[in-house]
Design a protein around this ligand. Structure first.
Ligand code: SAM
Length: 196
């Protein structure tokens, strides 16, 4: 099974350089937001991307979902000091059940999460359940390449493995982006849930 994220590394998630290497503006573009959507940041961690993405949702909601309460507590603390543009709700995923109805997410965002859950069918099924028919999944993962940051290459997925995981989730891939397009060291994929 893929390695779990170690919450002792939570402060690494807060490194502001990350927002330069993978700018939220590019992700907002891929998410095709009008501002009123419900977005689920699945594996949100401390909400490093949840907060900037919520700025693009003045009339929407961002659910920041994680399986580690300690990380969501850090996000709650930040929310007590900052008021983002849109509503942000931290939500705990307990044993691959997120307390939201089927199709609750118009969009789902996963940043550096898929390599933790790619071999966990229940977690992947929960992501598919949460995505509305016709909704978009946007994911960004560290690419297999020489890079100064991120996990070792044998901990991240090759592009063909990413394509296979997306297909296995029953999603239709719309676009894939190489490092240098959306993020310096990331690949990004946009996929749609059929059935709208
Ligand atoms: C590398 S961190 C990325 C956090 C955040 N997306 C970011 O970019 O700052 C991976 C996150 O995925 C979360 N995670 C892993 N498996 C999960 C699952 N089944 N459900 C919810 N969160 C999960 C971990 O707890 C961790 O916060």
């Amino acid at each position: 099974m893929a390695e779990k994220f170690d919450p002792r590394h939570a402060s690494k998630l807060e490194n502001p350089e990350r927002l330069v290497e993978l700018p939220p503006a590019g992700l907002v573009q891929l998410l095709r937001l009008t501002g009123a959507e419900t977005v689920i940041d699945f594996g949100a961690g401390t909400g490093m991307y949840s907060l900037p993405i919520a700025e693009a949702l003045p009339g929407g909601t961002l659910f920041a979902v994680d399986e580690q309460q300690v990380l969501l507590d850090r996000l709650r603390h930040k929310l007590s000091e900052t008021r983002p543009g849109g509503r942000v709700e931290p939500l705990l995923n307990v044993d691959d059940h997120v307390p939201l109805p089927d199709g609750a997410g118009d969009r789902i965002l996963m940043i550096n999460v898929l390599h933790h859950i790619h071999d966990e069918p229940a977690a992947l099924a929960e992501v598919t359940r949460l995505l509305a028919p016709g909704g978009l999944l946007v994911l960004a993962e560290f690419a297999r390449m020489d890079r100064p940051v991120g996990p070792p290459n044998d901990h991240v997925l090759a592009l063909d493995e990413l394509h296979a995981v997306i297909a296995g989730m029953g999603l239709r891939e719309l676009a894939a982006y190489e490092p240098g397009e959306i993020g310096l060291y990331h690949v990004a994929i946009v996929a749609e849930k059929p059935g709208a």
